[in-house]
Each structure stands twice: as structure tokens, then as C-alpha cells.
Design a protein around this ligand. Structure first.
Ligand SMILES: *Cc1c(COP(=O)(O)O)cnc(C)c1O
Length: 363
């Protein structure tokens, strides 16, 4: 039998948050009674404006989408003060990570990441037979000085997620600026800003692109913008880097509905503001509750909280049986922790009640 490349032999298949329908089927539960707080989705759902645009666009899905993504790229370029040629659309910003691998990684090249980094970076490195250089975290966050020191002439990509998933930590604007300024020309700094909307003071990282051609900024519509199911994200890069990413892209990777809904979501500031307000309040509520219960947690700058519960896998499974889906963290070598997405107020209470029950605490 033909076998796949040897680099795939020990590469695990990525395990996403458990879908509601799957858990319902497996445990014989009513899907309507299952609460998913596992994938950092928007607790308020999609923007109503995006939903209206989707409904309108649905009768046109026999046409291919605009392969150049003109309207959405134009709107994103305007939003970030860049040229349209600097915007690369993707089937979720995860796809940008893959494009970076195609464009910049050859066997034996190095990728620098932080301990507790988003799992996809390492998966992509290994797909392209690159070497992963993992830099120990500092207080669960990126140690940018140590990451800078880990860059060698073989380094091609350096990933900084800000805020970081799964820890929720963020680096300061000053520290990031210093780090980006010091990037050697032989490597690309990739700043993954999937959760930047939730920062107290969002950074204007795209402005670095004017001065540093070796910076890529990743953004997504999956989290604060509430469009995870459509798969749409984008990269911002210097024109010559953007061209390389366009070359490795499949012609219609950003589908028609995704482009349409993303454009509409961009115009819905009200929904975004409500989302941010809900997440900040819910995050405070959960963190206060963890403190009250003496549960260690990492103060979060995103829409999820990493909390120490003892045996993370067991607690995850027990919560699952109560109809609450969270994320076990053993895959991130954090076996005592779970990651919970901030939900609506009533959802946060349901989660806490279930957690109390699982941990044997009177609610
Ligand atoms: C969720 C997430 C993404 C974005 O994923 P999409 O492919 O855009 O849905 C990227 N980076 C991090 C760190 C994330 O947590």
C-alpha cells in the first residue's frame, strides 16, 4: 500500500472543539440543551446585517464568487489604511498560516513560536518539514526578548498571537513595537490578531507594514465578528509578500457567502460594540468566580479564560455529560487546565453551576 510522507506519521489530526450535534448524538442529549463554550465563537451570534446580506446573496450561489474579492479587499484596505494589493483573503485566517508555509517554508527551515502557542502553527511547520523552535513562555505569555534571541539565519517565520490562544495573554504595544523593529530581514514576523477586538486598547499593528516589509498581520471574522461557520479571514502584508501569498492561494478560496457577510459585518459597528461589552463583562464575571473558588486562572485579554481545575480531561468529560462543552488542554501540555469561552450572562452561570457540580462544590 502506498503510504503518506514520513513527516505525517507522527502528526496528529487537529482536534477542534466538539460540535453540539456530535455531542448530542453521542450522549443522547437534546441539542437545544447543550451549551458550547469551546471554540471562542461570538456569544451573541452573527451580526443581523450579515444575516440579511446572506439571505439576499443565497439565490446567487450558482455563480463563482469574485476570485479577486474586490469589494471586501477594498473595504479592508480602507479600514487599515493600506492598498488593496496588501490584503489577502482566506478561508479562515488559518489558511493564511498555510499560505505562509507554502510561500516561505522549505525542509529544514525554522519557525519560532512560543510555548502554549496556537496549535496550527506547529502543524503547518511540520507539514512543510520545517523545524519548530519553541521558546518557553513567561507567565503563560510570549517572552518576546527570548523569541528574538531564538531567531537564527534559518528562521523564516516567527508567530506572535496577540492576544494568545489558549492563554489569553497579550503583549504590550511597546514590547511588540520593539520586537517588530528588531526583526531581521531574513525572517517574517506574523502577528496573529484573531482576538484583537477584545484588547482594552487594540493596537494598530497594520501600520508597521509601511516601514517593515517583513511583517504579516492576520485577522479573522470568526471571533468578535461572529462568522466562524463561513470561514473567512485575511492577511495584511507588504505588496511583495502579499503577491507571494496570492500565488499559493486556490482561485476561489473565499466563498461568495463569506465575502458578502464579511462585508456587511464590517458595516455593523453596533453588533461589534455589543459583543465586546458582553465579553468584557462575562470575562470579569468568570474570573471573579474563579478567584472566589480559589481556581487558578490566567487573566484574559480575549473572549475565553484558561482555568486550572485539577484533571482537565476528566473535568471536560464530566462537563460534557452535563451538556456543557469546553476545551481540555492536555494537547497544549496543560493537563490540569480547561479553556472556557465567555458566553452570555445566563450561559456563564450555567457553566459555573455545572463546574461547581463537577468539582463537588455546593452552588
Ligand atoms: C480562532 C483563531 C484563529 C482564526 O481561525 P479562523 O481560521 O479564522 O477561523 C487564528 N488564530 C488563533 C490564535 C485563533 O484562536
Amino acid at each position: 500500500m502506498i503510504s503518506p510522507g514520513s513527516h505525517l506519521a507522527r502528526l496528529p489530526v487537529y482536534e477542534p472543539g466538539r460540535p453540539i450535534e456530535e455531542v448530542a448524538r453521542e450522549l443522547g442529549l437534546d441539542p437545544a440543551r447543550i451549551l458550547k463554550l469551546a471554540s471562542n465563537e461570538n456569544p451573541l451570534g452573527p451580526s443581523p446585517k450579515a444575516v440579511a446580506a446572506l439571505e439576499k446573496a443565497s439565490s446567487g450561489v450558482h455563480f463563482y464568487p469574485d476570485g479577486n474579492g474586490f469589494l471586501l479587499r477594498e473595504a479592508l484596505a480602507k479600514k487599515h489604511g493600506l492598498a488593496r494589493g496588501q490584503v489577502v483573503l482566506a478561508n479562515g485566517s488559518n489558511e493564511i498560516i498555510e499560505f505562509l508555509g507554502h510561500a516561505f517554508l522549505a525542509p529544514g527551515d525554522e519557525m519560532v513560536i512560543s510555548q502554549y502557542a496556537f496549535a496550527i502553527y506547529e502543524i503547518v511547520a511540520r507539514l512543510f518539514r520545517a523545524k519548530v523552535v519553541e521558546v518557553p513562555a513567561r507567565a503563560f505569555g510570549h517572552d518576546l526578548d527570548a523569541m528574538r534571541a531564538a531567531i537564527t539565519p534559518r528562521t523564516r517565520l516567527v508567530f506572535v498571537a496577540n492576544p494568545n490562544n489558549p492563554t489569553g495573554t497579550a503583549v504590550s504595544a511597546k514590547a511588540l513595537e520593539r520586537f517588530l523593529r528588531a526583526m531581521p530581514e531574513s525572517a517574517l514576523a506574523v502577528v496573529d490578531e484573531a482576538y484583537q477586538e477584545f484588547l482594552e486598547r487594540p493596537l494598530d499593528t497594520p501600520r508597521f507594514l509601511a516601514r517593515k516589509p517583513n511583517v504579516v498581520v492576520m485577522r479573522t471574522f470568526s471571533k468578535a465578528q461572529g462568522l466562524a461557520g463561513l470561514r473567512i479571514g485575511y492577511g495584511l502584508a507588504a505588496p511583495e509578500v502579499a503577491v507571494a501569498l496570492q500565488k499559493v492561494r486556490q482561485p476561489f478560496n473565499a466563498n461568495l457567502l463569506a465575502q458578502t457577510a464579511a462585508l456587511a459585518a464590517l458595516g455593523d459597528k453596533t453588533h461589534l460594540r455589543r459583543t465586546i461589552r458582553t465579553v468584557r463583562a462575562g470575562r470579569r464575571f468568570l474570573q471573579d468566580a474563579f478567584r472566589e473558588r480559589n481556581l487558578g486562572h490566567v487573566p484574559s485579554c480575549a473572549n475565553f479564560v484558561l482555568v486550572r481545575v485539577g484533571n482537565g480531561k476528566k473535568v471536560f468529560e464530566a462537563l460534557l455529560r452535563l451538556g456543557v462543552i469546553v476545551r481540555p488542554m492536555d494537547g497544549y501540555r496543560l493537563p490540569e487546565w480547561i479553556r472556557v469561552t465567555v458566553g452570555r450572562p445566563a450561559e456563564n452561570k450555567i457553566f459555573l453551576k455545572a463546574l461547581d457540580q463537577v468539582l463537588g462544590r455546593k452552588g
